[in-house]
Write a protein that binds this ligand. Sequence first.
Ligand code: 5GP
Length: 205
Amino acid sequence: MIKERGLLIVLSGPSGVGKGTVRKELFSQPNTNYEYSISMTTRNPREGEIDGVDYFFKTREDFETLIEQGGLLEHAEFVGNYYGTPLAYVNETLDAGRDVFLEIEVQGAAQIRKKAPDALFIFLAPPSLTELKDRLVGRGTETEDIIAKRIATASEELEMMSLYDYVVENDEVTNACDRINAIIKAEHCRRERVEKRYLSMLRGE
Ligand code: 5GP
């Protein structure tokens, strides 16, 4: 029997909507059965962030070399810094039959939609734009200028919902996580995915 490839799960949405918090909560649960793909970035580490855990922190030069070498599944420039998903890790994990979870901004998600249309795309939406702004300012880690830029970016991002399969409102982190886990379970039962497995079994593969 052919080993079934894992599912590529893409969680995206506006900056400040709580993607990072939701992702951390999902991965703190004991029954999480998908792997987190650690991103690369050229931004400076925030206090408490660890290289190789939160991100792989890279220089612009190193990042651009990786782009040229085709080492990234997707990449985007976001508020002056590069962010990207290492391709090898994603492919190896999917080939091993494990699901891979990406938490990325919307330009990167749009690139993956083109390259991997059978991935699962989940848009994390804020309960309201006012709340989004409060959360951005409340985080207190960025300057006013950066916050303004992030809010302008977020308004554009909201219009991008149409590229996604599911929208999960982040009213409460635990609710959002429950919905995401339910979506992933349901996605594994989707007829197109299950059918492939049965057909290959019938062919004796
Ligand atoms: P932050 O600087 O707050 O950690 O991240 C800024 C934005 O970049 C967030 O929306 C985050 O989800 C996104 N991001 C993190 N890793 C990646 C990645 O590998 N690719 C893309 N396109 N965006 C990413």
